[in-house]
Design a binder for this molecule. Structure first.
Ligand SMILES: Cc1cc2nc3c(=O)[nH]c(=O)nc-3n(C[C@H](O)[C@H](O)[C@H](O)COP(=O)(O)OP(=O)(O)OC[C@H]3O[C@@H](n4cnc5c(N)ncnc54)[C@H](O)[C@@H]3O)c2cc1C
Ligand code: FES
Length: 270
């Protein structure tokens, strides 16, 4: 774990905003790159960094989205009511930002697994991009199911690694299969040796409760739990979660857990 000051090398909005009835408004989604050799050299897919956002009392957690040599990228949603993400969105090239990381455990790819199914709900593509990069480098076959509320919120295809097989779904049917991205899972579950998911907590609940329907029964599924966090490294106990193996801290024991390890009752939207 390294505490460092990283230099911003680019920061651009890659997705527009969207206002959602009954839910928080999104102003945009940004891809920010940092020159940060210390963390970049140690980072594993699934890990995250805590970002010191201006004068916010608490740092904010973000998954490591991509790593290229000395650089790492974060993909983040800017919330209308979000002080930290508004600050981060305003950073310019050359600005300094305090980062702590890499934190948490990571996704685990079994050496025997050949076919990996990645399920991304919205901004949940953030840690899965890094996982896909690593898996493809290691000769695995990777299929990504990418979901969003509407076509304008779909992560740009040209930013994904070239050899990935991509299938899309939108809640409103404006592109790809209509409905939640989980609706695509049954078409690919039998092919997959392992499944990795990141998205809203309701997506995990759906997967946990409808395993048979999704053809996921007996299949190893890893999820990344994006809970609220205070410290990010096991000190404040703000991220404690009940698991089948007792109480765990999402920041230290996670954020990656086996889906079977989390009782569905714990998977309630915050
Ligand atoms: C391990 C981990 C990895 C994450 N990775 C990413 C990522 O890659 N990209 C990304 O966009 N986001 C990610 N998040 C979520 C991200 O940390 C929050 O969106 C961010 O901290 C919000 O900061 P803010 O200052 O804009 O909002 P705040 O000012 O902190 O909060 C605004 C409102 O949102 C609520 N809120 C804050 N955080 C959460 C949360 N986690 N869940 C539900 N409500 C919340 C607050 O209670 C408040 O009402 C991750 C979270 C975790 C724990
Ligand atoms: S966020 Fe402090 S213990 Fe997990």
């Amino acid at each position: 774990m390294i505490r460092t000051t990283a230099t911003v090398t680019s920061n651009e909005a890659i997705l527009p905003g969207i206002s959602r009835s009954g839910a928080r408004t999104v102003l945009s989604s940004h891809l920010i790159w940092f020159n940060c050799p210390g963390i970049a050299s140690q980072a594993r897919p699934g890990q995250f960094v805590m970002v010191r956002c201006g004068d916010c009392t608490l740092p904010r957690p973000f998954s490591i989205h991509q790593v290229k040599n000395d650089h790492l990228a974060l993909l983040f949603t800017v919330w209308e009511d979000g002080k930290g993400t508004a600050w981060l969105a305003q950073r310019q090239i050359g600005d300094s930002v305090g980062l702590l990381g890499p934190l948490g455990n990571s996704f685990t790819i079994k050496p025997t697994a050949k076919n990996l199914l990645l399920v991304a709900g919205g901004i949940g593509v953030a840690p899965l991009h890094f996982l896909a990069q690593e898996a493809l480098t290691n000769g695995k076959s990777v299929t990504l199911l990418l979901g969003a509320q509407t076509v304008t919120q779909l992560y740009p295809e040209n930013l994904l690694p070239g050899r990935i097989k991509l299938f899309k779904a939108t809640d409103d049917g404006s592109f790809g299969k209509k409905g939640w991205v989980t609706g695509l899972i049954p078409e690919f579950a039998d092919w997959a040796d392992q499944v990795f998911a990141c998205g809203p907590i309701g997506m995990y609940r759906d997967m946990a409760l409808r395993k048979q329907q999704f053809r996921l029964a007996g299949k190893p599924v890893q999820i990344s739990l994006e809970m609220r966090m205070g410290c990010g490294f096991g000190v404040c106990y703000g991220c404690t979660i009940k698991t089948t193996n007792g109480l765990k801290q999402a920041c230290k024991d996670g954020p990656v857990f086996d889906l079977d390890e989390i009782p569905p009752d714990e998977l309630n939207p915050i």
